[in-house]
Design a protein around this ligand. Structure first.
Ligand SMILES: [Zn+2]
Length: 145
């Protein structure tokens, strides 16, 4: 597996990422690299200017990619669809190592992690949300008494 350093440098070889900061761990390297490559070759092919990276970060456990796209709707809609797909893909890939992962609530924060990169007392997102709902309903019931 590639080290963080090599991953970072490889991302930086794509022009779209030249000035970008990555506010996430690089388990998502392949997702980011594929996305950057796809958008770059698409823009080259259609003689479009490359989108500007506003922000690339982890939020609520998944990847968030904000780009400023300067192209007409047909082109920008397609690129936004790819971004959305990349963000969705990140929810099943460990942010730390790139192995398959799952969205968990871990020590008070969301993250997507494989078995090795989440603590034993982390909760699967579905379980956590179910639990939250249960607590809320119980509170509401108590409030009505
Ligand atoms: Zn992992």
């Amino acid at each position: 597996m590639l080290g963080e350093d090599i991953k970072y440098r490889k991302l930086k070889t794509l022009e779209i990422y030249r000035t970008a900061e990555f506010e996430c761990k690089l388990g998502w390297f392949e997702i980011l690299y594929d996305l950057g490559q796809k958008i770059t070759s698409y823009c080259n092919h259609h003689s479009l200017s490359l989108p500007l990276v506003i922000r690339i970060k982890e939020k609520f456990g998944v990847l968030r990619v904000q780009l400023r796209i300067d192209a007409d709707k047909t082109h920008s809609d397609l690129m936004r669809k790819w971004i959305k797909m990349a963000e969705t893909d990140s929810s099943v890939v460990c942010e730390q190592c790139g192995e398959s992962g799952i969205l968990v609530m871990d020590g008070g924060r969301w993250h997507t992690a494989c078995k090795n990169h989440r603590s034993p007392d982390s909760m699967l997102a579905v379980d956590f949300l179910a639990k939250q709902k249960e607590v809320r309903e119980r509170r509401e019931q108590n409030g009505n008494v």
